[in-house]
Design a protein around this ligand. Structure first.
Ligand code: ADP
Ligand code: MG
Length: 212
């Protein structure tokens, strides 16, 4: 029998009690398959339908290895839309309550860039954003990804459908190749496989098929 309890993972007691407070009693199927791999530091491709708990599957590992004392950007999560980026940032903030002073910043289009630059000057640990706006910041030199340890591509299939493939690759090129890369998607078309070959190192692939 597989252990569905978060206790079976190498998480600390503060992380486990925060999950309990949030009412997360058992791992979802995709969390069970993803978390041991992602927590080991390996690159990961995870495919599962919407609503299956993919955010925590990447947020818990990235938060676990984050060092909040290091006031620079350690994690970047790329999302296809502003709405999704805001949802992901909210979930990360909930899961980050077990740690002190983790700063999560969203950088998306449709908002003026000035205040975003101001927030970046104050420092952040985690950026959640859309590819277009992240590229704007990279061009302006207002975003430094040179010490990134984790890159997450969330809803990768939608990002590719929206034509963000070159942007995603260019952004990844601004981060160290030693980073951990995790790719989450509801579907796994050929284009994603090709992208993963370019951006990832021996990724482990897990999937949960839709239940009928
Ligand atoms: P996806 O990215 O796969 O569409 P989300 O990460 O947005 O899914 O999660 C869907 C919902 O399930 C969210 O409201 C989230 O807080 C909740 N959730 C995630 N994991 C668990 C869990 N292990 N137990 C209870 N609720 C969970
Ligand atoms: Mg999601």
């Amino acid at each position: 029998m597989t252990d569905t309890s978060f206790d079976s993972l190498p998480l600390n007691s503060a992380e486990l009690s925060n999950l309990e407070r949030l009412g997360y009693k058992e791992m979802t199927d995709i969390q069970q398959k993803s978390l041991p791999i992602a927590l080991s530091g390996a690159d990961l491709i995870a495919k599962a339908k919407t609503g299956s708990g993919k955010t925590a599957a990447f947020a818990l590992p990235m938060l676990h290895k984050l060092n909040a004392k290091n006031y620079y950007i350690q994690t970047l999560v790329l999302c296809p839309t502003r709405e999704l980026a805001q949802q992901v940032a909210e979930e990360i903030r909930r899961l980050a309550r077990s740690q002190h002073n983790v700063k999560v910043l969203t950088l998306c289009g449709g908002q003026s860039i000035g205040p975003q630059i101001g927030s970046l000057e104050h420092g952040a640990h985690i950026i959640v954003g859309t590819p277009g706006r992240i590229q704007d910041h990279l061009r302006k030199n207002t975003l430094d990804l040179s010490r990134l340890t984790t890159l997450v591509l969330d809803e990768a299939d939608r990002m590719l459908e929206m034509g963000f493939v070159d942007a995603v690759e260019a952004i990844a090129g601004h981060s160290p190749s030693s980073r951990q890369t995790m790719l989450f998607s509801a579907t796994y078309p050929e284009k994603i496989e090709a992208l993963s070959r370019r951006l990832m190192k021996d990724p482990q692939v897990v999937s949960v098929d839709a239940q009928h």
